[in-house]
Write a protein that binds this ligand. Structure first.
Ligand code: IPM
Ligand code: MG
Length: 362
């Protein structure tokens, strides 16, 4: 089969890690008789420098015309001026919004060989296998008004937390559908003791649960969820939550896996279904890591694992997705480590070697 894949490396380590993912996909395509056509576009800080926009029109056009989008990371100290009119992160937010990617899936699994890479006790990490479904195009990130201004009594700032029924319903369906295909347990995370949007969210979750009689729904307040994620993470199967809560909880959840360098994500415009092709954007959950950019030591596994999600959800190539996940699992079991997942004193390898090792196992 022929597929067009847009590759948006972005800033910092983004181009390094997407570079390895592309090489892995190329080897896979050759082995399995597919043709992947890669087209590259600018996004983030470098796009601001070169085109004056964090999401140039050409990049958006490319993304819209592709079967799937692979993204690295955006941002860096160079573009951190709080007074700047546009920021690298605007590119990421805009592409999510423009492509209608309202559901962000962030699976978290603990590889047995990496149980010591996490600061948490091995007993806590036993059996962790969860997915966070984060709402991605609403809430505080996009709500209006959103501004800063000066008053006679000092400066003020406002962000708006708003959700419509439609926005909540569609992401809850993603949560329920995923749970249905897994352990049939959905945790809806909110702050219903304080926030109106959360009270609406909770009410709707309870209503929609009637459509999924085989899924057990529980409601959990976000502060409790933050605690349970490090206290008893294996109790979770699928978690569904609004944008900001999901952003925070998934960085926390990354600690379970040992490193941000291991966690992939898929951003979807509908309920992802195995056996169907849906448009999606795939990116590691880590950022651009400017401190290690250009050093060739970034961990490409989160991005490589993101391509597995791409194969599964956007290209309907489940067998190929599995091959990549198996290869990554094997490389980790065999003891290969980039610095982020190495124990003190353990021998480490670089970005490119890690990519080669995975590619050689396909
Ligand atoms: C993420 C990131 C982004 C977000 C930033 C870079 C805008 O933290 O994908 O989790 O907050 O969504
Ligand atoms: Mg984040």
């Amino acid at each position: 089969m022929n597929f067009n894949i847009a590759v948006l490396g972005g800033d910092g380590i983004g181009p390094e890690v997407t570079g390895e993912a592309v090489r892995v996909l190329q080897v896979l395509a050759q082995k399995r008789g597919h043709t992947f056509t890669f087209e590259f576009g600018a996004i983030g800080g470098n796009a601001i420098d070169d085109y004056g926009s964090a999401l140039p029109a050409a990049t958006l056009k490319l993304a819209k015309a592709s079967d799937a989008v692979l993204l690295g990371a955006v941002g860096g100290p160079k573009w951190d001026d709080p007074k700047a009119k546009t920021r690298p992160e605007d590119g990421l937010l805009a592409i999510r919004k423009e492509l209608g990617l309202f559901a962000n899936l962030r699976p978290v699994k603990v590889h047995p060989a990496l149980i010591n890479a996490s600061p948490l006790k091995p007993s806590v990490l036993q059996g962790v296998d969860l997915v966070v479904v984060r709402e991605l195009t609403g809430g505080l990130y996009f709500g209006k008004p959103k501004k800063r201004w000066s008053t006679s009594r000092g400066r003020r700032g406002v962000d708006t937390l708003a959700y419509s029924e439609k926005e909540i319903r569609r992401v809850l369906h993603v949560g329920f559908s995923l749970a249905k295909g897994r352990k049939k347990k959905l945790t809806s995370v909110d702050k219903a003791n304080v926030l109106e949007t959360s009270r609406l969210w909770r009410e709707m979750a309870t209503e929609i649960a009637a459509e999924y009689p085989d899924v057990t729904l529980e409601h959990m307040l976000v502060d409790t969820a933050a605690m349970q994620l490090v206290r008893a993470p294996s109790r979770f199967d699928v978690m569904v939550t609004e944008n900001t809560f999901g952003d925070i909880l998934t960085d926390e959840a990354a600690v379970l896996a040992g490193s941000m360098g291991l966690l992939p994500s898929a951003s979807m415009a509908g309920v992802p279904q195995i056996g169907k092709r849906s448009k999606g954007l795939y990116e590691p959950i880590h950022g651009s890591a400017p401190d290690i950019a250009g050093k060739g030591i970034a961990n490409p596994l989160a991005t490589i694992l993101s391509t597995a999600l791409m194969l599964r959800y956007s290209l309907n190539l489940e067998a190929e997705a599995h091959i990549i996940e198996e290869a990554v699992g094997k490389v980790v079991s065999d003891g290969y480590r980039t610095p982020d997942i190495a124990a003190p004193g353990e021998k480490t390898i670089g970005t490119r070697e890690m990519g080669d090792l995975v590619a050689n196992l396909l």
